[in-house]
Structure formats: structure tokens, C-alpha cells
Design a binder for this molecule. Structure first.
Ligand SMILES: Nc1ncnc2c1ncn2[C@@H]1O[C@H](COP(=O)(O)OP(=O)(O)O)[C@@H](O)[C@H]1O
Ligand SMILES: [Mg+2]
Length: 336
């Protein structure tokens, strides 16, 4: 059996037929019959809008099929994100983060991303493949766990910037199993490291959550929405970076932030290296093993994604972290 990704490079974009049963006067099968047999692309059959207010862009859930050689192959459920085209390179960032995340955060659930030629916007669009099997698993977003720790008024004082330790406490209460918590804690620390290294500025509490197996009650960290990553790393400088790092929605202390701006990546990684040196060392080891493969993964990305700039930026950050870890090891030895 061929898989939909066979014979396609990571950044190949194909066209997509959109089918909406609510507005279409014809059944789905008619649409398929009427597709020219030479068509080589995707068919997306809309299921519903994301109606529970988790997204500002109101994406659409649907069934994705690949149409090629006059045949329709079912791929699976995806969310079709009509991108904010004011953010240049957003679909590519989302795709690149997915490729890197899958390599480095092997135990987390990260969506596959399919890039498409978006006929409506005449730009590149994207589909994010669902990270869970609804019949076996459920998803609780971090946002829904924060009430273990915060009264509603206190939560609003944080302006969406969540102290890392408070988040971990909430996750621990939810998981209620020491061994499983240790696994997810490590996944969270490593995600915060990768977010810092990739300048992902959008890890707010609706962009990650816990996927639970309904039978075993085992939890795994799920991650999505990486379209605001690689800020200032793949194209010219934006004003939002300081010394090459962006802020995200996490803080290393429990002091509420006035502005809604979290700590910058260099502060986050310093905090994590000091408090979780073994996890950070293991992470850096994996990152170094996988970087060359990742650069190979993105070799087919469009020319205006500045891969040299990206490599330089990642290398600066990994040197910064390696130095930190060495320093901490030396201080530990000196203190003994
Ligand atoms: N691949 C996925 N699997 C499962 N849920 C997803 C996936 N992608 C997005 N979601 C859900 O849909 C919501 C909106 O998607 P997101 O990628 O965050 O788009 P937006 O940029 O509009 O915020 C997320 O908060 C999450 O709950
Ligand atoms: Mg989102």
C-alpha cells in the first residue's frame, strides 16, 4: 500500500479541493467523480468549524484524502488552518517545527503538517494532522489544568504568562501517577528548551495539552500551533527578538508579569539547565544527533527560507546552552 507521503518532498505543495456538505448542492461522491482524472492533489471534506473558542483563526476540521492516478486514498482527520498571512513564512515555520520536534522530542505527540496551495488566498496553506485517536484518547489543554492552582482572578493577573513550576504542579495533580508524571515533566522541560531554541513565541496554554489513553490513563504531552516559531531565524530581523531570543508565555518565577510578555528564551534555558541539568544534557545530546538530519529534511524548503541563517542561529543557541551546562557541572564539582 502506498502512503500519501510517498514520492513527495517535505515542502511540495499540491492543490486541494474543498468540500463543504453544508453549502454544496451535490453529494461528496459527485465532487469526486467530477475531479479531472489528471488531478494530483488533495480533497478535504469539511466536518465542522472549531467552535469552542480555542483559536483566534477559527480553523476547520475535516477528512483529508489524497487523489492521484484516478484514485482517492483516505489520509485522516486534519485541521485546516487558514493562516494569518500577515505573518510571513507561517506555514513553513509550522512545518519546520513539526519536522524538528518529531526528531528531537520523540516521546511527545506532534502533528504532521501538510502544505497545500491555497486557492482561496493564493498562498501556501496548511493542514495539521490530528494527534489523537478520539475513540481511545482524550485531550485536556493546559489552560484547563490551571484551575487546580489559580482562582480565576489570580489567573487573569498573570496575563497568560504561566510560571513553569505552577504549570508542572497542575500537571502533576492531573496525572496523579509518579512514574507517568516524571515522563511528562521531562517532555515539558524539553519542549520549553526546543521552544527557546526555535524562538517559538506562541506556547500559550491552549497550544499544548495532555493526551490521555482512556483505558490505561497514561498521559503524553501533545503540542500544536508552531506557526509563530523561528522568529528572526529564517528571514530578516523582526523587532520582537532581543539578542536573538524571543519571549513566550512562560516565566521562571511566580511574580505576575504586568505586560503579558513572558521570560525570554535565554532566561528560560538558564533556569532549566540549573534546575534540570540531566534532562537538558540528554536533550542537547539528542538535538546534536538530529540537527544534520533536520537540515536535510528542510533542504527542499523554498529559497527564501534562509537556511544558513537558521543554522547560524541554532548553533549560537546550542553553544550558549552547552557552555551553561559545562559551567554548572564545574560549579557542582567545585562545591563538593
Ligand atoms: N493536530 C492537532 N490535533 C489535535 N488538536 C489540534 C491539532 N491542531 C490544533 N488542534 C486544536 O485546535 C486548536 C486550534 O488550533 P491551532 O493550531 O492552535 O490554531 P490557531 O493558530 O488558530 O490557534 C488548538 O488549540 C487545539 O486544541
Ligand atoms: Mg493556537
Amino acid at each position: 500500500m502506498i502512503s500519501y507521503g510517498d514520492f513527495m518532498s517535505n515542502f511540495e505543495e499540491k492543490e486541494m479541493y474543498l468540500y463543504d456538505s453544508e453549502t454544496s448542492s451535490e453529494p461528496f461522491s459527485n465532487l469526486v467523480v467530477n475531479i479531472p482524472s489528471s488531478f494530483d492533489g488533495y480533497v478535504f471534506s469539511k466536518i465542522c468549524r472549531d467552535t469552542i473558542g480555542l483559536s483566534s483563526t477559527n480553523p476547520t476540521w475535516g477528512d483529508l484524502y489524497r487523489y492521484t492516478n484516478h484514485e482517492l486514498y483516505y489520509i485522516g482527520i486534519c485541521i485546516y488552518k487558514e493562516m494569518d498571512y500577515d505573518i510571513p513564512n507561517a506555514p513553513y515555520s509550522e512545518k519546520m517545527w513539526s519536522l524538528l520536534g518529531k526528531r528531537v522530542l520523540k516521546n511527545c505527540l506532534i502533528p504532521n503538517i501538510t502544505l497545500i496551495k491555497d486557492q482561496k488566498n493564493k498562498e501556501t496553506g496548511l493542514l495539521s494532522h490530528i494527534i489523537l485517536d478520539n475513540s481511545l484518547e482524550d485531550l485536556t489543554l493546559m489552560n484547563n489544568l490551571l484551575f487546580y492552582k489559580f482562582e480565576r482572578q489570580d489567573l487573569s493577573k498573570l496575563h497568560s504568562v504561566i510560571p513553569i513550576q505552577d504549570l508542572l504542579e497542575c500537571v502533576k495533580i492531573q496525572i496523579n501517577n509518579e512514574q507517568n508524571y516524571i515522563e511528562v515533566e521531562s517532555q515539558i522541560i524539553q519542549t520549553l528548551l526546543l521552544d527557546s531554541i526555535t524562538n517559538n513565541s506562541d506556547r500559550h496554554s491552549n497550544n499544548w495539552g495532555l493526551v490521555r489513553n482512556k483505558e490505561s490513563n497514561h498521559y503524553t504531552l501533545g503540542l500544536f500551533d508552531h506557526s509563530s516559531s523561528f522568529i528572526d531565524m529564517i528571514s530578516e530581523k523582526k523587532t520582537s527578538t532581543i539578542d536573538g531570543w524571543t519571549s513566550t508565555y512562560s516565566s521562571v518565577t511566580s511574580q505576575p508579569k504586568r505586560s503579558g510578555i513572558g521570560d525570554f528564551g535565554n532566561n528560560i534555558v538558564t533556569y532549566l539547565c540549573n534546575n534540570y541539568p540531566n534532562i537538558c544534557k540528554q536533550f542537547m545530546h539528542n538535538l546534536n544527533l538530529e540537527l544534520e538530519n533536520f537540515y536535510e529534511d528542510i533542504s527542499s524548503a523554498p529559497y527564501y527560507i534562509d537556511k544558513r541563517r537558521l543554522q547560524r542561529n541554532i548553533s549560537h543557541k546550542s553553544i550558549f546552552i552547552d557552555k551553561l551546562l559545562k559551567q554548572i557541572e564545574q560549579d557542582d564539582k567545585g562545591g563538593r
